[in-house]
Design a protein around this ligand. Structure first.
Ligand SMILES: NC(=O)c1ccc[n+]([C@@H]2O[C@H](COP(=O)([O-])OP(=O)(O)OC[C@H]3O[C@@H](n4cnc5c(N)ncnc54)[C@H](O)[C@@H]3O)[C@@H](O)[C@H]2O)c1
Length: 244
């Protein structure tokens, strides 16, 4: 069945983005799931109300093609969720320049390119909602100069866009997850992950669905007066970083 509202979610083949695409679909959106890699889950790819489109968010030409096909197939973009992101952790003295560039390119420039393309369409329509997935790490995490800087950039981009786009009926907010159980965090060595979990106020790792729930809240038209904000979904970790 064709749904009248359309969302575009990047990095949706797995992890948090996958949970967001599913959640918004169950909220009544047609979810356009965007990723550089195909989803492993065939059920997700063939689900009613979900369309997968392959696109690298760092490539402006691919981003333009993506929105052209979304408009021709579905007519509009109501919600954009910029979730695609990567980590390449290391202390600064061990971090190759390429790992700095790649993280900034995907996490910050990719978000900017997607916002630029979608906001033009939302501006014409006079409504829209953009939700950028930042990270609690923007407040500071040793070993993540590249990642924390990229996410601080995402927060700044979100705040500026809320000022530029508010008058066109477009709300722009960020969700900043803490430690969430996804393929990204499952790549961490077990002892590192265990230490990180013990450093959480809740002594728990969050679930992708916890983040999807906050996105669903911000995507709801009843919360459209929330603009330019960062909502933490981190079990309270942002309150104090020296928890032991
Ligand atoms: N997992 C956590 O603990 C955590 C915490 C805070 C913030 N985040 C943020 O949440 C978002 C999702 O994280 P996750 O843990 O689900 O990661 P993940 O690695 O499990 O999934 C990320 C997805 O993004 C896709 N992607 C990467 N580069 C892309 C590109 N150039 N174009 C399109 N898609 C691309 C990947 O293919 C992958 O499917 C990221 O922005 C991440 O920084 C995650």
């Amino acid at each position: 069945m064709k749904k009248s509202k359309v969302c575009v979610v990047t990095g949706a083949s797995k992890g948090i983005g996958n949970a967001i695409a599913k959640r918004l679909n169950s909220d009544g959106y047609h979810s356009v799931a965007v990723d550089i890699n195909e989803p492993d889950d065939d059920d997700f790819k063939s689900a009613d109300g979900i369309t997968f489109i392959k696109c690298d968010v760092t490539n402006e030409e691919e981003v333009h093609k993506l929105f052209s096909s979304v408009i021709s197939d579905f007519g509009s973009v109501d919600v954009l969720v910029n979730n695609a992101g990567i980590i390449r952790d290391n202390m600064i003295w061990n971090m190759p320049e390429q790992d700095f560039d790649n993280v900034i390119n995907v996490n910050l420039k990719g978000t900017w390119l997607m916002c630029k393309a979608a906001s033009g369409l939302m501006k014409e329509k006079g409504s829209g909602c953009i939700i950028n997935i930042a990270s609690r790490a923007w407040l500071g995490n040793a070993g993540q100069t590249n990642y924390a800087a990229s996410k601080a950039g995402v927060v700044a981009l979100t705040r500026v866009l809320s000022l530029e786009l508010g008058r066109y009926g477009i709300a722009v907010n960020a969700v900043a997850p803490g430690l969430i159980d996804t393929p990204m965090t499952r790549k961490l060595p077990a002892e590192v992950l265990e230490k990180l979990i013990l450093a959480q106020p809740t002594r728990k790792i969050g679930l992708p669905e916890d983040v999807a729930h906050a996105v669903s809240f911000l995507a709801d038209s009843r919360t459209s007066f929330i603009n330019g904000q960062v909502i933490y979904v981190d079990g309270g970790k942002s309150v104090a970083s020296n928890m032991v």
